[in-house]
Design a protein around this ligand. Sequence first.
Ligand SMILES: [Zn+2]
Length: 296
Amino acid sequence: MPSRLSLIVLLFAVSPLFAANGSAPTATPGPCPADAGWSEPTRPAHIFANTWYVGTCTISAILVTSPKGHILIDAATDAAAPAIEANIRALGFRLADIRYLVNSHEHYDHIGGLARLQHDTGATVVAREPAATALERGSNDETDPQSGILEGFPAVAHVRRIADGESVTLGDLRLTAHATAGHTAGSTSWTWNACEGETCHTLVYADSLTAVSRDSYRFSDHDDVVAAFRAAFETVAGLPCDILMTPHPGASGLLARIGPSATEALVDAGACKRYAESAATRLGARLARERGQATP
Ligand SMILES: [Zn+2]
């Protein structure tokens, strides 16, 4: 029978809420309802090594920590930003220690909370073009396949530009940007390496690869967008990839693979390839449907 002290020690050892600084856990929301909206809060969870899930039930936000400061990937909606901040604090990390805010793509469900997080953290926002321009403008470009059906978002000041293949670094932590355009022109995937003891993995935050549009838009009329998608599929399929994360956690089964009640394996070296192949199949089906319809 363990003593009360050893039970407390065990709790500190296994609970992500205690892991960062040993502080008492704060009240956190429960598991996600089946009909959870984009801003529905959920508990933060440890993913691997220095990487934590701090997003909502249906939109990811990923905190990557280092002794030199932290990087937050994606900011969900404006309405969800306070829940993301609460999750970061619940893990014992300070908002003021976040140095960079990076993102997957310029749609309000992933960058709507950026302006608020920029204000509350003082971090530098980093994005690829043309996402960076859209962020500063506070609206999407009309060339976006979803233009006309997208909500706007608070404009973000002073966005630092990053190019395909460049990295954001903090000491030994290095997040590399990979252009994976298609879903939007600024779509970006991110990779980094992390170790727990002797075990090291490549983590991949692969952006949405789904062809979604307003009703009147035909991907088959936009060869450049289709070509961008095909290049993105190739890029994602070719990434070194041990742990796949995605901007919508459901797209990679992420929430079932993390936290104390995980039911599926976190590490899967074939996950990026299958993610890209599935997207390619769905784009092919979309193009076939479009070509089966009369041109307007
Ligand atoms: Zn999107």
